[in-house]
Design a protein around this ligand. Structure first.
Ligand code: ATP
Length: 336
């Protein structure tokens, strides 16, 4: 009979334990990522695609906006994505450059197709802690505040370092491009469409300024941040500079939005970027004149001039501006 000494059993035990540890580590390396992938695939196939409704948007406290990006980042890391990264990879063909439709300062915009066939615009933010508050602001405003003239947020993703916002897709792009077309791409917007854009924008801004306890000030109104849907209904976008104010609808900040709105109105009337009131009436877009709309045009010129008064106190509130343009619009409808 073989006689194994103590040292043999000791060596055997050490060998046994270390190989067991080795096998476990190897299994963890291969099995865990695989299991995670399987889980995200399962999420992908089982997740129901729908517009995120206001109750699903995470309730981020306003106090978050006073914190630094690092702290905002920690809060965002704990959120549950409403759309998985895997799902968005599939929708954008793994963020294929061929699907890029715009380059923003904070990230790239992709046109994407969800598994239910609907198109969306997917904004994947560049990896930077600097954009955490901007990301949170979009969720806090358009995630919760639905309005026909604000761009709709369909979902968001915060998996690992990914910060992705999913918006409804706007087939007619941004208003700015109609007034600053690339060569050979000029497309004249007819008067009633311009008036519809003015009305919708005034409605959206007045909603932000006047319809909840907190006044939301956009602070970045320009034709670059106005997107147009298939029917040229305007949607205000880009809330990354917005501020929340309690109460006062006539604050100087609110009047900054009114001024910027006036500049967009002038762009709609003149077809150019213009901020000088004096020469303004001489440069009305010639393609609009003498087609039966001259009176409507001069009414809108007056509204625009009120909005761009030098003194903020002399500018009207957004609600008054909206009411004025609505009156003009309703007048046109009965004319038809
Ligand atoms: N929902 C959308 N549907 C269709 N096109 C869009 C949509 N959102 C943006 N775009 C296009 O992508 C471009 C870039 O948009 P984005 O909002 O990222 O730019 P930005 O104004 O520079 O924003 P930021 O400063 O936050 O990065 C827009 O100018 C527009 O042409």
């Amino acid at each position: 009979m073989l006689n194994f000494g103590e040292s043999f059993w000791l060596a055997f035990a050490i060998g046994y334990v270390s190989s067991a540890i080795g096998v476990t580590v190897a299994l963890m390396c291969f099995w865990v990522p695989w299991a995670q992938l399987k889980k995200s695939k399962r999420n992908f196939t089982s997740s129901k695609i729908h517009a995120m409704d206001a109750n699903e948007a995470p309730k981020l406290p306003l106090s978050l906006l006073k914190k630094g990006n690092q702290q905002v980042s920690r809060v965002l890391d704990k959120l549950t994505s409403s759309m998985s990264f895997m799902e968005l990879c599939n929708a954008t063909d793994y963020f294929n450059v061929a699907n890029v439709i715009g380059t923003g300062k904070t990230g790239l915009l992709y046109k994407a197709k969800l598994s239910n066939g609907s198109h969306v615009a997917v904004k994947r933010l560049y990896e930077s802690k600097l954009f955490e508050t901007k990301f949170a602001l979009e969720i806090m405003i358009i995630g919760r505040f639905k309005h026909r003239n604000l761009i709709g947020l369909r979902g968001f993703c915060v998996e690992r370092k990914q910060r992705i916002l999913v918006y409804e897709f706007m087939p007619n792009g941004k208003l700015y491009d109609f007034f600053h077309p690339l060569q050979n791409e000029a497309f004249q917007l007819e008067w009633r469409i311009r008036l519809k854009v003015a009305l919708g924008l005034a409605r959206g801004l007045s909603g932000l300024h006047h319809s909840c306890n907190w006044q939301i000030i956009h602070l970045g109104i320009s034709s670059e941040h106005v997107l147009l849907d298939q029917n040229f209904e305007p949607k205000l976008s880009n809330f990354t500079s917005a501020k929340f104010l309690k109460g006062n609808c006539n604050s100087i900040l609110a009047k900054k939005d009114v001024y910027d709105f006036g500049v967009v109105l002038m762009e709609l009337i003149t077809g150019k970027k213009c901020t000088q009131t004096n020469r303004f009436s001489n440069i009305i877009d010639q393609s609009l004149l003498e087609k039966g709309f001259d009176e409507e045009i001069s009414y809108l010129v007056k509204v625009a001039i009120d909005c761009i008064q030098i003194s903020p106190q002399q500018r009207p509130s957004m609600l008054d501006v909206y009411k004025n343009i609505r009156r003009l619009w309703e007048g046109c409808e009965t004319d038809d």
